[in-house]
Design a binder for this molecule. Structure first.
Ligand SMILES: [Zn+2]
Length: 602
């Protein structure tokens, strides 16, 4: 093996979850927190304050954040790689405890910033060091202006645990004990977990299996429909009460602020999607035709497409690494060198073995200023895409590592820029490399699965959530009404291309029940299209594009998206054109798919 597909945990902390080094680090973080609290108490934010005190406080925040981040990442990595290590939860608990302590102290910091007069503030930000981080400092101060008194905020933080967070936990608990009955061809019935049922329902090659599961799936969610309606109503009610107390207007203000974007931009994105919706509906119609159906059911949208006797494309881990390096090379030397470095230095845990958590992610070790990647590589083209995707995330962090800590925090909507970009380079190359038309068809279908999710499914989620929050502001929304709103949203997004819809999708989709982030859905479509828009620019002017691309990534943590796009791409994201260009790129995949499948069917 050329590349070692397991990551090196010992080089971070020796001794796993019982590591003495971990405990020593946590002790030092605790001392740093005490020092930080003292510094804050002593800090007089009246006009007499000076830039150097603020700098010292920020430095202290950074030390604590990095130390705690290093332990937190390590322990998560360990637990995901060795799921049966029960001691990991104990250390995770220690880390959580310290995070919540910092959160409470941070309110004092924010309050102090707010207390500084506007005059004094603008003078302060002229300081050489603070100038560079003025966007983030301003943001903290502006958002801080919404805060209630220190005591009230403290009470809210405490109530959250048994309030909004508890509703979210309750959802997960109910979901974890639910099962879906499934009867196989031999008449044997087994109870599938929600996760197992969902995978089978959307991905099983047999359309009867998918249809049977979908029917039971909808039944299972509707059986507990009243419970989920209660949970969703209270979760949203809690959120609306808090938004109101913080003086926010409308339910979209908070998620838009969080994603550093305007409503105009959001509307422009959705109307561009709407304008080109037909292309993707045509794709679904063609897919129905290939699967021998009149129309696809809800459960068939992501069903695998296989034409003829194609042998599925397989890669070894070494081959996938080399393939990625080869195609990154055509983009730029910095991305390529970085990727080689990460793969050669065991930043990736890719081994296919039991006792590992499913899924994939990229995480950062802040004290090392390095990333690590977790996934299970089984040899499919989609695993190669995942590896490229996570390497994209790692590269994003890498190009930002020398920036001030405060300028490294980017929001969810731009977080997927570099990952989608890297994935697109590889997915395009994979399709081009296909040796037969049949193989190409299945690879294109893989690619289009993502696009239909972004343009149709997530569109439906947004439409539903938007109408639900409007009605919830006036009172409790019944289960029946939630179903109606959901089907209306699905029909608007999917047109009449489907033969069935999923009324209880609002209950089945975990994203609606996440307490920490409101409107968890549209940032995905934003990130996907933002990245494709950049990719479209790259295809137009590939020469020297890497430098431009890096400059854009470096600013993702310190600008509003409208300014970011204007500065680096010269485009206006409040207008539909930018978004349309990205969608058109995917539209070409649909054209190719339709053309090839028509040819093969003859
Ligand atoms: Zn990602």
């Amino acid at each position: 093996m050329k590349y070692n597909g397991t990551w090196d945990l010992e080089s971070i902390f020796k001794g796993g979850t019982n590591s003495e080094d971990v405990q020593t680090k946590l002790e030092s973080v605790k001392e740093d927190i005490v020092r930080y609290a003292d510094q804050l108490k002593a800090w007089n934010s009246d006009p007499g304050n000076d830039a150097s005190t603020l700098q010292k406080i920020l430095k202290q925040q950074e030390v604590i954040g990095k130390g705690l981040g290093q332990v937190g990442t390590f322990i998560n990595m360990w637990h995901d790689a060795f799921m049966d290590d029960e001691h990991a939860s104990v250390v995770k608990g220690q880390v959580m405890e310290l995070y919540s302590e910092i959160q409470q102290i941070s309110t004092i910091f924010t309050k102090k910033l707010v207390a500084i007069s506007d005059d004094q503030w603008s003078k302060l930000l002229k300081d050489d060091v603070l100038k560079e981080i003025s966007f983030s400092l301003d943001e903290i101060r502006e958002q801080g202006k919404r805060l209630l008194s220190e005591d009230e905020e403290k009470l809210i933080a405490k109530l959250n645990k048994d309030g909004i967070a508890a509703w979210s936990d309750l959802y997960n608990t109910v979901g974890s004990i639910m099962t879906v009955p499934f009867t196989d061809k031999d008449g044997k019935t087994t109870d599938l977990s929600i996760g197992q049922a969902m995978n089978k329902m959307y991905a099983d090659p047999d359309s009867d299996v998918r249809a049977e599961l979908f029917e039971d799936w909808e039944k299972v969610w509707s059986k507990n429909g009243l419970v989920f309606a209660d949970i969703l109503n209270h979760l949203a009610g809690y959120r609306l009460t808090l938004q109101d107390a913080h003086g926010r207007e409308g339910h979209l203000e908070e998620p838009l602020e969080y994603n550093r974007m305007t409503e105009e931009t959001l509307r422009a994105m959705w109307s561009a999607v709407d304008a080109q919706k037909q292309t993707f509906l045509d794709y679904l119609a063609q897919k129905a035709n290939l699967l021998g159906m009149d129309k696809l059911g809800w459960q068939d949208v992501d069903a695998p497409v296989a034409m003829g006797e194609t042998k599925p494309t397989r890669f070894t881990y070494d081959e996938a690494c080399d393939f990625i390096i080869e195609h990154f090379t055509s983009f730029g030397p910095k991305l390529t060198d970085f990727t080689k470095h990460a793969l050669e230095n065991r930043w990736v845990e890719a081994e296919d073995r039991s006792n590992k958590r499913p899924g994939g992610y990229c995480t950062s070790l802040p004290e090392f200023e390095e990333s690590r990647i977790f996934m299970t590589f089984t040899g499919s083209p989609s695993d190669t895409s995942t590896l490229a995707h996570e390497l994209g995330h790692a590269f994003h962090s890498h190009v930002m590592k020398d920036l001030p800590e405060l300028n490294q925090g980017y929001a969810m909507n731009v977080a997927e820029t570099a990952s989608t970009f890297a994935e697109t380079i590889i997915a395009d190359a994979t399709v081009k490399n296909a040796t037969t038309d049949e193989e190409k068809v299945s690879l294109l279908a893989n690619k289009l699965e993502g696009a239909t999710a972004m343009f149709l499914n997530i569109r439906a989620r947004f439409l539903f959530e938007d109408s639900f929050y409007k009605e919830r502001a006036k009172g409790i929304v019944s289960e029946k009404r939630l179903n109606e709103l959901m089907v209306e949203a699905q029909k608007e997004a999917f047109g009449d291309t489907l033969s069935s819809y999923h009324p209880h999708f609002w209950a089945a989709k975990l994203h609606f029940f996440i307490d920490s982030v409101p409107f968890y859905n549209f940032p995905y479509t934003f990130g996907y299209l933002f990245s494709l828009g950049i990719y479209a620019e790259y295809l137009k002017h590939p020469e020297g594009f890497e430098e431009k691309y890096i400059a854009l990534l470096r600013d993702t943590g310190s600008m509003k998206v409208e300014d970011l796009a204007k500065k680096h791409l010269g485009v206006d994201v409040t207008k539909e054109d930018f978004w349309a260009a990205g969608i058109e790129l995917v539209g070409k995949d649909v054209d190719e798919f339709v053309e090839l499948t028509n040819k093969l069917q003859k």
